[in-house]
Design a protein around this ligand. Structure first.
Ligand code: HEC
Length: 208
């Protein structure tokens, strides 16, 4: 008798586990490429647009040309147009960045193979979730492929800009200090003047 209950108990556990992991994988569907495009290119106008819903029911079809105007590469990619549309919908309804599947690297050091997935190929705009920070003083260490002017943003999950500035690297390296006053998730964004790759990115606490 007890044995039977045990079996049921484990089956229940398994079902719960399957349910949870399935729900999670749905929630974090990796639209990585589209999320990066949206959060760099479309973000210029659509970031923090929290109006609750789309204007039209057929907005997806209606906005096709609009999307292509700002991201020409989406012209023959229906899936990309669709994903970009879904991401704007998420921004409007949840007032939040679309979740990205990007496990935080150990010690907050990102190497180029990971970074290459968080950039738009042509422009080399980057959008990288840096994870959760507690209040304190930190700095970003950037190593670039070449010396070129870049614009860097550090944005909170509430869309507050902590860094919004233009930098010129010295010998392909940059150290950018910043302070966090509100605990939460933060996101790094980079717009280079010329298309350049990030070789490595690290974030350290001042006392580390
Ligand atoms: C220069 C500013 C600008 C850029 C860049 C821009 N948009 Fe828009 N977009 C607008 C404006 C203005 C509207 C019409 C008003 C509104 O809904 O915000 C709009 C409307 C839309 C709509 C219809 C929304 C609705 O409620 O019906 C979609 C979808 C959309 N944009 C997607 C995108 C995507 C995807 C990108 C990036 C590839 C992008 N936009 C880039 C300014 C911009």
């Amino acid at each position: 008798m007890i044995k039977r209950y045990k079996k049921l108990y484990y089956l229940g556990l398994l079902a719960t586990f399957l349910f949870i992991s399935n729900a999670q994988s749905n929630e974090t569907t990796p639209f990585t490429e589209s999320v990066v495009i949206f959060n760099t290119i479309c973000a210029k106008c659509h970031e923090a647009q929290c109006s609750g819903r789309m204007s039209f029911d057929d907005a997806s079809e209606a906005s096709r040309n609009h999307i292509i105007r700002y991201y020409g590469d989406a012209k023959d990619k229906k899936w990309l147009q669709k994903e970009l549309f879904t991401i704007l919908n998420h921004m409007k309804e949840k007032c939040a960045y679309y979740p990205m599947e990007s496990p935080l690297p150990l010690k907050r050091v990102w190497s180029s193979d990971v970074l290459d997935k968080m950039t738009t190929l042509l422009e080399r705009n980057y959008f990288i979730p840096l994870g959760s920070f507690s209040p304190g003083k930190y700095y970003i260490n950037l190593e670039l492929e070449k010396n070129a002017k870049i614009t860097v943003h550090l944005v909170s999950e509430e869309f507050e800009m902590v860094i919004e500035d233009c930098f010129t690297p010295d010998n392909k390296k940059l150290e950018i200090p910043f302070s966090i006053t509100d605990k939460g998730n933060y996101y790094f964004r980079m717009y280079p003047k010329k298309s350049i790759r990030i070789v490595s990115l690290a974030v350290k606490g001042v006392d580390e």
